[in-house]
Design a protein around this ligand. Sequence first.
Ligand code: BGC
Length: 340
Amino acid sequence: MKKILAFVLILALAFTAIACAAPAAAPAEEATTEAATEPAAEAAPAVTTYKVGVCIYKFDDNFMTLYRQELESYLKSLETDTVKYDVTIMDGKGDMAEQTNQVDTFLAQGVDVLIVNLVQSSSAATITDKAKAAGIPVVYINREPSADDMKAWDKICYVGADARQSGTYQGEIIASLPNKGDQNGDGVVSYVMIMGDPENVDAQYRTEFSIKALTDAGIQVEELFKQRGDWAQEKGQELAANALAQFGDKIDVIFCNNDGMALGAYQAIVAAGRTVGTDIYLVGVDALPECVQMVKDGTMTGTVLNDHIGQSHTAVDAAVKYLAGETVETYLWVDYQKVS
Ligand code: BGC
């Protein structure tokens, strides 16, 4: 009897064991089958990410703001599934020492290419030396280094516009007015010149060539006032207000080396009770959207398109060429256009 009981017990245990094991075995078998019939997973495409370091002389600049925004969005638009651009843009805050540190940091971080809008054009040699030592190409933009500095290495280039052209266009806009800019009819175009940072060739050439275009057209000129406004709207306003207070109705034209300062000068003109197009003329450079609108409305006599779109795209295209190991011409010029 004991033997029969023991046999029944063993049988029962054996059944339980089989019953417990069976459900566990089934899914394992299924998983293996699934794995066997699934297509092999595709390998993800290899992505190359280039680090692009951008230095802007100062974020608080109307024109360079448009420029840097376009630079970044155009670079991003060139990304593909396999090529990405990791862009970092630094604000030099108008301080060359700060910008030099930013370049050092970029190089230490291993950027692949630099795009640099110098705080001081005269510091190009220092920046080029550092980049050359690290083997990192540089695209200089907007503030032109000297011709000698541009010979320092074959992996640097400059993207800009010939500022002589913009100055000439400003003068031609005035010379083509029916009274050739002589609003008070005294036979002389008496002008106020509000300059950008004079270290910058854009400021030098615009100042010189705007007046040269008048004298080349046989117009007699008289300089009443010339001061630096460093490209800034507030300074443009302050200087124009001073000039208007000092010279009043004698002023025929206010030339500003850029639109930012012209916007400031316009506020001073209105505050002085003068009317652009009637008893005074006002010209700038850049063709900021608000200034193009003012030219249409007649509250500004004219401006000159400083093509930030063309320049930023040219700069990015040059940087991309460097990344591809291609050579780039030393100078890449983008034309200005009259807006009157
Ligand atoms: C622009 C100015 C700008 C300057 C900065 C010039 O080309 O006309 O608006 O402030 O560049 O360097």
